[in-house]
Design a binder for this molecule. Structure first.
Ligand code: LLP
Length: 418
C-alpha cells in the first residue's frame, strides 16, 4: 500500500504509530481545484482555508504557497499563521465571543479582515478603532438555511450561538452603524450554514438568501455591501458508497447564481469569498495504527484494539461519524469478519469504527483509517494522558515530519509540584 509513492509500512519503523499521514500532493490539488473552479469573469473571488480543520506551521506554508487566504478563529491560530510567515493582510479573523484584547491584537497586527459576531462585539471594536488602522470588517449573520447535516455542526439556525439573525431589526441597525463608522471599512456579511453539506442546492439557496438581505440593506439604508463571505461546508466522501460534492459543478453554479441574483435585484456585484476547511484536507489524510490485540466477547462481538484512541479520533464518538479502513498487506484478502475497532481510552465510547467487514486481523497488523485529514489532529486531546501522534506529509515518494510526536515530558511540562 502506497500513498504519494511512499510505502506505508516503512512509516511504522521510522515514526512509530499512531501516526497522522497526509498526501501533501492531494492537499495541493484540492487547493488548486478551489482556486480554478471558484472563478467568474465578472466577479472578484477569494478562497480562504479554514484553519480549524488542520493547522500547523507546515500547513500554513502550504496554504501560502498555493495562494489561499487563511481563516483563523483564535489567537493561537493567528500566532501559528504569523510565525509561519503568513501575510496578516490575507488573514480573516473569525470566532464568536472575542475579547477586547483579541480585537486589539487584530488591529495591532493589521489583520486583513475581522468578522464580528454580534452587536456587542461590533461596539467593542467601534470603541477601539482609530485613524491609525482602518480594518475591513464583516458581520456574521444567520440566514436561517436548514443544511442537512449533523445537529452539532449546523451553525446557521436562527437561534444559533453564532451571528445575528437576518430577521432581527437590530442586525440592520448595526450594519448601518458599522458602515457609517469613520475608522471601519464595512464590507458586508459572513455566514456559514454548516459543515459536511452534500446538497448543491443548500449553497445556492444560501447565496440567494444573503443577496436578498443585501437588497433589504440597500433599500433600508442605501448602503451598498461590497463583499459577501459564504463560509465553508463543502462535503467530502468518507465511505465507499458515499456521494461526493462535485466541486467542478457546485462552485461555478454558486457564482453563476450570485451573478444572476445580484443583477436581478439591482445590487452591486459583491466580492465573493468562501472558506473551505474539511474539503481541502479530509480525504488527503489517514491515520495509521498498529493492532495491539483482538478479542471476541461472549456474545461473539469481535474487537480490534489499536494503539490509538478517541484522543486522536474523536469524530466517531462525538458525531457518530463513519469511517472506512484497511489492514495493510491484506488489501486483497477476503473480508470475512465483522469487527469493531476500539482504542485505549478508559471510556466505553472510545470506538473508532463500529461493525466493519475486514479480513481476519492479527496483533501486529497495521490498520489505516481513511479520510481523517480534517478535524482529527486539530481536535486531538490528552485524555488519560495519552500522547498526541506525530504528523507526516508525503509527497512524490518522500516523507517529511510536520509535527513531532508528543513525549511523556510534554505531558508534564506545565505541571507544578505541590
Ligand atoms: N468558516 C466558518 C465560519 C466555520 O465555522 C467553519 C466550520 C468553516 C468555515 C469550515 O467548514 P468546513 O468547510 O470545514 O465544513 N468539528 C466538526 C466541524 C466543525 C466546523 C465548524 N465550522 C467536525 O469534525 O465535523
Amino acid at each position: 500500500m502506497q500513498i504519494a509513492n511512499v510505502d506505508i509500512k516503512t512509516l511504522k519503523d521510522k515514526y512509530q504509530t499512531p501516526l497522522y499521514v497526509y498526501d501533501e500532493d492531494a492537499i495541493r490539488l484540492q487547493c488548486q481545484r478551489f482556486i480554478k473552479n471558484f472563478k467568474h469573469k465578472d466577479i472578484k473571488t477569494s478562497v480562504i482555508y479554514a484553519s480549524k480543520a488542520f493547522l500547523t506551521i507546515g500547513m500554513v506554508q502550504l496554504i501560502k504557497s498555493e495562494g489561499l487566504m487563511l481563516d483563523c478563529v483564535s489567537q493561537g491560530e493567528v500566532y501559528t499563521a504569523l510565525k509561519a510567515g503568513f501575510d496578516p493582510k490575507h488573514i480573516v479573523l473569525h470566532g464568536n465571543n472575542k475579547t477586547i484584547e483579541e480585537l486589539q491584537m487584530a488591529l495591532n497586527f493589521k489583520i486583513g479582515y475581522i468578522v464580528l459576531d454580534n452587536p456587542f462585539e461590533a461596539r467593542l471594536l467601534m470603541d477601539i478603532v482609530s485613524e491609525n488602522y482602518i480594518p475591513k470588517v464583516m458581520l456574521r449573520i444567520n440566514p436561517g438555511i436548514d443544511a442537512h447535516t449533523h445537529e452539532y455542526i449546523k451553525t446557521s439556525k436562527l437561534d444559533s450561538k453564532f451571528g445575528v439573525s437576518i430577521e432581527d431589526k437590530e442586525t440592520l441597525e448595526i450594519i448601518f452603524e458599522l458602515s457609517k463608522h469613520p475608522y471601519i471599512e464595512f464590507l458586508g456579511t459572513h455566514s456559514h450554514i454548516g459543515s459536511q453539506i452534500l446538497e448543491p442546492k443548500s449553497f445556492i439557496e444560501h447565496a440567494k438568501t444573503v443577496l436578498n438581505f443585501y437588497k433589504l440593506v440597500k433599500d433600508t439604508y442605501n448602503v451598498d455591501l461590497k463583499a459577501v463571505n459564504l463560509g465553508g461546508g463543502f462535503g467530502v466522501k468518507y465511505l465507499k458508497d458515499d456521494i461526493r460534492l462535485d466541486l467542478e459543478k457546485v462552485l461555478p453554479m454558486m457564482l453563476d447564481s450570485i451573478y444572476e441574483t445580484a443583477n436581478q435585484l439591482g445590487i452591486i456585484m459583491p466580492h465573493v469569498m468562501i472558506e473551505p476547511g474539511r474539503s481541502i484536507v479530509a480525504e488527503a489524510g489517514y491515520t495509521l495504527y498498529t493492532i495491539n490485540q483482538t478479542k471476541e466477547t461472549i456474545n461473539h462481538k469481535k474487537y480490534i484494539f489499536i494503539d490509538g484512541s478517541m484522543n486522536d479520533h474523536i469524530r466517531t464518538a462525538l458525531y457518530q461519524a463513519k469511517y472506512d479502513c484497511l489492514i495493510i498487506d491484506k488489501e486483497n484478502h477476503e473480508p470475512d469478519t465483522t469487527y469493531t475497532v476500539a482504542g485505549k481510552a478508559c471510556e466505553s465510547g472510545d470506538i473508532i469504527i463500529h461493525d466493519i467487514l475486514l479480513p481476519k486481523a492479527n496483533p501486529g497488523d497495521l490498520l489505516l483509517v481513511k479520510t481523517t485529514g480534517a478535524y482529527h489532529y486539530s481536535m486531538a486531546s490528552n485524555y488519560n494522558r495519552l500522547t498526541i501522534p506525530a504528523v507526516v506529509f508525503l509527497s512524490k515518494g518522500k516523507d517529511k515530519l510536520i509535527v513531532k510526536r508528543q513525549s511523556m515530558m510534554d505531558l508534564i511540562q506545565y505541571d507544578e509540584v505541590l
